[in-house]
Design a protein around this ligand. Structure first.
Ligand SMILES: Cc1cc2nc3c(=O)[nH]c(=O)nc-3n(C[C@H](O)[C@H](O)[C@H](O)COP(=O)(O)OP(=O)(O)OC[C@H]3O[C@@H](n4cnc5c(N)ncnc54)[C@H](O)[C@@H]3O)c2cc1C
Length: 320
């Protein structure tokens, strides 16, 4: 049986986020009929990019109310698409937006929800998802009931981006009443200094309590800038008010999976590790040779970060 799969593309400021192409890659692996929901203020102009990269039937919904993500409106509009196209599997990103939206969609459609998955497979009409649980100590395989639509959020950076494939844009007309909500998002304010999204970053440079105070965050930011990286943080320095919560990596922050992760002045508490231990390469800088972070580091540098970080920054700025 061919599975009908609907991926939910994510856009910001009218630009498709790269994670949307990772969702298409997951849908291709399932091997069924692929559809992609593209909601935006002006969706037709960006839906073509999804179609060109294998998004299948790209369902373009345009409305001024879709300019900013609003889970109430997005939830109702996508539910209309689900009723019309009857997918067995709905795939969204495990990002800030996807986490808010997919749980709501599962509830609205009486479906089954599996969050933050790292693998997905289908055998006949049985779909199974794999997700790390209990802080990554258990890898759970979760199988859906065939009669229920399964909603999954996919951990960013696990799958490659789909580069090409079949696709057509279908312009959808949705009842105007569905674009009304009691909640209105009036504007999105981008936090200064957070130019790269942590969940999507290929390189993350994270600071911990070893940096001693907020006056030293620019030292770490400089290294991040030299590498074109996003700036991450341990909870200790978020709680201390040295940096905003949006930078926090870990159990109560963001789960990240970059190609390269620098842990600078971070001890390696389990609550931090669960948010970053799947990074492809981990570089730890710590003056304590017994710090737990070295147990998972690919490369460890034992020493004073105030000497090592400027030296590394200078090297990277020089391009060597
Ligand atoms: C329910 C719960 C949820 C939590 N969620 C999170 C979470 O999401 N993310 C998170 O990060 N934490 C989380 N924590 C907190 C976590 O337990 C740790 O307290 C925190 O991660 C420690 O942060 P840190 O490594 O920056 O600080 P510390 O543990 O104080 O480590 C600082 C490190 O810096 C090193 N250092 C000091 N000076 C230098 C120097 N000059 N050069 C080099 N190294 C130096 C020290 O050797 C030390 O290893 C959570 C805790 C709980 C209970």
């Amino acid at each position: 049986m061919s599975v009908k799969v609907l991926t939910i593309a994510e856009q910001k400021d009218g630009k498709i986020s790269n994670v949307s192409y990772e969702l298409i890659c997951v849908a291709k692996k399932i091997g069924g009929e692929i559809m992609t929901a593209c909601l935006a203020e002006s969706a037709d102009s960006i839906a073509g990019e999804l179609a060109a990269r294998g998004g299948g039937k790209v369902l373009a919904v345009s409305n001024p109310a879709l300019k900013y993500f609003n889970d109430d409106i997005y939830g109702r509009v996508i539910t209309e698409l689900i009723k019309k196209y009857q997918p067995q599997l709905v795939i969204g990103p495990a990002t800030f937006y996807g986490k808010a939206l997919l749980g709501r969609l599962a509830a609205l459609n009486d479906g089954a929800m599996v969050s933050d998955i790292t693998a997905l497979k289908s055998e006949g009409d049985v779909i199974s998802a794999t997700r790390p649980t209990y802080g990554g100590n258990i890898i759970a395989d979760i199988t859906g009931e065939p009669e229920k639509t399964i909603f999954v959020t996919v951990r960013p950076k696990i799958f490659d981006e789909s580069r090409d494939g079949d696709g057509d844009v279908v312009t959808e007309t949705i009842d105007a009443a569905l674009f009304e909500s009691k909640a209105t998002v009036k504007e999105m304010v981008v936090e200064t200094g957070q130019s790269v999204n942590l969940a999507e970053a290929d390189i993350i440079v994270s600071a911990g309590r070893g940096v001693r105070g907020p006056e030293n965050i620019p030292l770490i930011q400089k290294l991040a800038d030299a590498l074109g990286a996003a700036l991450g943080a341990s909870r200790a320095i978020v709680d201390a008010g040295w940096i905003a919560y949006s930078h926090q990596v870990g159990q109560t922050g963001k789960t990240v999976n970059p190609k390269l992760y620098f842990a600078i002045g971070i001890s390696g508490a389990i609550q931090h590790l669960v948010g970053m231990q799947t990074s492809k390469t981990i570089v730890a800088i710590n003056r304590d040779k017994d710090a737990p972070i070295f147990n998972i580091a690919s490369y460890g540098i034992v020493g004073d970060l105030f000497e090592i970080v400027p030296a590394l920054t200078a090297k990277f700025e020089a391009g060597s």
